[in-house]
Design a protein around this ligand. Sequence first.
Ligand code: F6R
Length: 599
Amino acid sequence: MCGIVGYIGKLQASDVILKGLHKLEYRGYDSCGISLFNENIDDFILYKDKGRVNHLQDDFNYDFENHLGIGHTRWATHGAPNHINSHPHASVSGRFVVVHNGVIDNYKELTAKYLVGYSFESETDTEVIANLIESFASSYDVDIAIRKTLALLEGSYALLVIDTRNPHIIYAGKNKSPMILGKRADGICLASDLMALVGISDEYYLIEDKTFVKAVKDESGYAFEMYDPVGIEFCPVRNEVHLDTEEINKGGFPHYMLKEICEQPSVVRKIISNYAPDGKFIIDKEVLNLFANKKRIYILAAGTSYHAGLLGKVYFEKISGIPTEVFVASEFAYNKPILEKESVFVLISQSGETADLRACLVDIKKLGYQSLTITNVKTSTLAREATKYLEIFAGTEIAVASTKAYVGQVSVLVIIACVLEQDNKCSLLTEMGRLAVAMEAIIDRRDYIKELIKTRLLKRNAFYIGRGIDYFTCLEASLKLKEISYIQTEGFPAGELKHGTIALIEDGVPVIAIITQKHINKNTRSNIQEVKARGAEVIVISMNDIKESDDDIVLMDVHHILSPILAVIPTQLITYYKALDLGRDIDKPRNLAKSVTVE
Ligand code: F6R
């Protein structure tokens, strides 16, 4: 994953880069580093260490003129998160300095072929890149040395390179990992994500795969050059963005996660206003055409988005009547099932950058299939590369744990399913309005949940149980609880527990049961009795019309097919308050990153 920022221009480079790295910390945060041209001493400095950007910012000295630099915030792939493995990495002589996001699959082969006898400081694949450039630079111009190196790299990379002999250029290259270039009259910023450009530049350019870029300062000012894979210079398309700085502030909440949980009713309303501006769901005709005469829909996604996909299958089958299969992207990419010819692929991704999904997309395009990406980031790779995309309008999601994006994904899936329904009988629009009200009602009662979990969720492990669509909510709820609180949690089909896993139930083990559907109410309640009889500490989340007197969290009634969008909210709140109780790093849980750009 990792976040990279480079800057050349009139502003103090350290300010731009450190601010940018803060905004990109969602991409990885186990270590970070920066290299800057210090004009006072006419030389480059390099600071890096294990730890967060705050450490990089507060514990090093930036009290010198600097107008060119590159920075990095890391999510470790090769080698532990420590000082030595942190980026930037320098070549052996120190001449070339590189920051890298991605994974070079053939770095060992390249070392064996081109760098025999080199001694490396770190365990990273990035150091190999710096040294390849250096070795080619002994026989070629720097531009050629870098382009020769890029041509040899297999895998994913977004790279920034500086040649310490020339403090007027930043070089960049990319393949699969994202990178954009922001331009203002007095400088250029290169970064993994638009977020790093907030407050710096509204004008930006997307960098395509295998493009080689130079950001240069010359007599006339600051300019950039972009070259295609065969070395021909081209003019990229200019884009504009107006990022709402409010959106990326915590807005008075102690954590982004809580803010984003509380924003969910307004996400549903925003989706309604975008997809039903005139009191009726509408979807772009070209998107609908993707589904015309299709016998099957394949949904691909990862993590939380996969859980949204499981609900998507229910909606496409039950509302639209189209057979649908759902796959975890990392499995589908390398273990493809037999595919129906007349089908369409739906990719679900909050970030639109998930590498596992991108690998699938490349493959399905080769096979001639059309695709739709459902995403929160319309400028993302998966939005650009799929045949069509639809936005979920959740607004920037910053907490690593996905909450409002999940609700947005599921809501958009409901809407597509309704629009695809042949007889046009689906009337969920008013029901979605009611859903937003029910969501607000449970969010307003969050203090009650905060108190509840203090005495009821006390073990190292826990279970969520439910049947049918409630089971899918259980999967999402358990992922959330484990990733933020580190309590080992399993989501289980309630009726399946007795076929083995019930062996783990003993005194005090928390079992959270979700019951939103009338037709399985009695069955799930029998399963609750089975675990209670074995000592489980049971918490029941149910709907008003099927509640029992001692249920713990009772939700307002909503249309049964929309209930997963409501029932997930108390589970997010359970996660949030438990993690808070345990003193966890809520917005940046250990070992994770928001945008998973490595396979
Ligand atoms: C969990 C979470 C992850 C993501 C997964 C896919 O809270 O956020 O499981 O859902 O990494 O990411 P996207 O949706 O960006 O493709």
